[in-house]
Design a protein around this ligand. Sequence first.
Ligand SMILES: *[C@@H]1O[C@H](CO)[C@@H](O)[C@H](O)[C@H]1NC(C)=O
Ligand SMILES: *[C@@H]1O[C@H](CO)[C@@H](O)[C@H](O)[C@H]1NC(C)=O
Ligand SMILES: *[C@@H]1O[C@H](CO)[C@@H](O)[C@H](O)[C@H]1NC(C)=O
Ligand SMILES: *[C@@H]1O[C@H](CO)[C@@H](O)[C@H](O)[C@H]1NC(C)=O
Ligand SMILES: *[C@@H]1O[C@H](CO)[C@@H](O)[C@H](O)[C@H]1NC(C)=O
Ligand SMILES: *[C@@H]1O[C@H](CO)[C@@H](O)[C@H](O)[C@H]1NC(C)=O
Length: 613
Amino acid sequence: MITTLLRPLRMGPIRTSTRFSYLTFAALAVLLFTGASLYLFPTSFTSEHRPSTWGVLHEAPGDHPIDNLVADANTQWRSLLAQESHDIHAASARYRQLRGRHPPPGFDQWFEFARANDAVLVEEFFDQIYHDLSPYWGLEPGELRKQASGQSPRIYVRNHNATAVGRAGPHWEDSWLEMIQGVAKYLPDVDVPLNGMDEPRVIAPWETITEYVQRDYASREMGNASEVVGEYMTLVDPKVEAPEVFKGPFGNQGVWNMARAGCPGDSPSRDSDMPAPMDFASPPGEFENYRRMSEEGYVKNWTLAKDPCYRPELQALHGSFIEPITVATSTELIPLFGGSKLPINNGILIPPAMYWADDPLYSGGPDHGEDWSKKKDVFFWRGLASGGRNRAETWTGFQRHRFVSMINSTQVALALANDSHAVNFRLPDSEYYRLESARAGQLPEFLNRSSDVAFTGLACHPNTHEPFCDYTDAYFKTQPLMPMSEMYPYKYLPDIDGNSFSGRYRAFLLSTSLPIKATLYNEWHDSRIIPWAHFVPMDTTYMDLYGIMEYFLGFNGQGGHDAMAKKIALDGKSWAEKVLRKEDMQIYVYRLLLEYARISDDRRDGLGYVGDL
Ligand SMILES: *[C@@H]1O[C@H](CO)[C@@H](O)[C@H](O)[C@H]1NC(C)=O
Ligand SMILES: *[C@@H]1O[C@H](CO)[C@@H](O)[C@H](O)[C@H]1NC(C)=O
Ligand SMILES: *[C@@H]1O[C@H](CO)[C@@H](O)[C@H](O)[C@H]1NC(C)=O
Ligand SMILES: *[C@@H]1O[C@H](CO)[C@@H](O)[C@H](O)[C@H]1NC(C)=O
Ligand SMILES: *[C@@H]1O[C@H](CO)[C@@H](O)[C@H](O)[C@H]1NC(C)=O
Ligand SMILES: *[C@@H]1O[C@H](CO)[C@@H](O)[C@H](O)[C@H]1NC(C)=O
């Protein structure tokens, strides 16, 4: 139970329509970079060679890239809030404007439910639903229903009552059933097949998804109000007539190969000249690709930073691509609901069962931490060495191992003495990141006093004598498991992917501490929480780790941004209390299932809500 919960989950959708060409991106990046360098450096400057004036430039206030990222994020937050809908007319109009159809039948009741539960109603908060569901317009409704009703585990709703069939994860079906049962009285008949594994399991080829999404666009129309149908079809009760079993075309054709098939044809990860999987024992170091897409080394576009299609280097830097614990992937589009997915995955996101269950051991329960001023100036992390099946030959690529190593002062001191190389990381360019601690020759000491990070178990494979591990014992000292509430006395809480997303993230957001989030996974809430306004995004290469630490903590009492850290932590907390409540999960799942029921309905093109017209 504990190990499972400490392992993160994963999931991910693809929105072909929002993908942009790599060439466009590269051209833009070059333009932006050239522009920035001309502005900052009137003399010659390239991304490879920083002039020695770099360190002087940042003395001016407001000149650090993070200052700008935070300012932009707050602007984005304000403009999102300005989109709030206060009545059914505004909500329906906004819906038609963004989605190109009438809202689904029952939209008015849904809106009332959301209002009665004090929801902040911004149509963009539901973007993920449309991103996830769009390709399913490419399948025939009858086919979709057959695939959904034949799977186990699943939840089905008949006559406004929900029932669970089969087992998912450590009793996830109980949480999901509770979540859906709470709104079942408003729902049409529907079958919700559940992914019972940590790992997301649907990746159809990008070309197929593109075609399906085009069918969605082609079928969008605003039918004449007098002809719109307001009633969903009813479905057969499985107790009366057992559905035909659908096992799904689940298999394993190599994780990276399956992943890159989900990438746009012109993206770097699809490029046939790309080198085969990298040598895990010699970690990539310069990460020029990340530099180009970042704001001077810090995450600028969170969607892009998480996208393996534009970051082929991630295949050697994340357990999800090296060796997941379970691989049972469908390369055909089939309906499957789960808590997280990678950007290349299809499938449908619902709020994770772990967020709903809210187990005090993993959420801290009612305790969200004490006053900021009483907390320690420390980056704190405990967790299992999960992320997939780590082995003697491959552990050096795993994201949690790399993180725990890079923040370990002893390993960093050894790397400094070894031309910046360690067995599983390379140090970032300290001039590029303007690291005062490194300039003073004190990076290890700085890390030593600013962090408390350790594994709680090494999760070796083969696992012969836990808690020990032949090949990683020399690098890591394990510490006991710790309940979430004991992590809150620390100001900074890094959160790193495990086998998929990290189930503690919502609790971290709701705490008085500041989450430092590194992930490749998408979740239901992604369009409602804003990087740099509600949490601090960190790249999965961790090239920005020391820069983030120094920006907030300062070095030798100078240059820190404690007040800003506190503001992001508390803004994130108060925002999460408004938009990540259990009520918000239910409002999301209610809306999702109306849409899903419409797509699964034989009359889907004629169904809609037009009561406001
Ligand atoms: C609703 O479904 C549950 C199973 O989830 C069942 O125990 C209960 O009897 C059902 N209630 C009604 C009113 O059918
Ligand atoms: C909508 O339907 C009504 C009645 O069938 C008809 O009079 C009207 O012309 C239609 N409007 C459009 C825009 O088709
Ligand atoms: C971020 O990157 C995505 C592609 O991954 C792109 O669609 C989007 O427009 C970018 N956002 C911004 C603000 O540049
Ligand atoms: C870290 O700090 C401890 C004392 O708190 C000290 O014993 C140890 O040598 C330090 N390690 C490094 C690498 O600075
Ligand atoms: C020193 O660096 C090399 C790569 O240049 C690496 O293979 C080796 O593991 C490093 N040694 C230590 C002790 O980290
Ligand atoms: C830090 O690294 C050293 C050297 O590899 C290792 O002995 C020690 O156990 C590590 N500390 C932790 C907390 O993992």
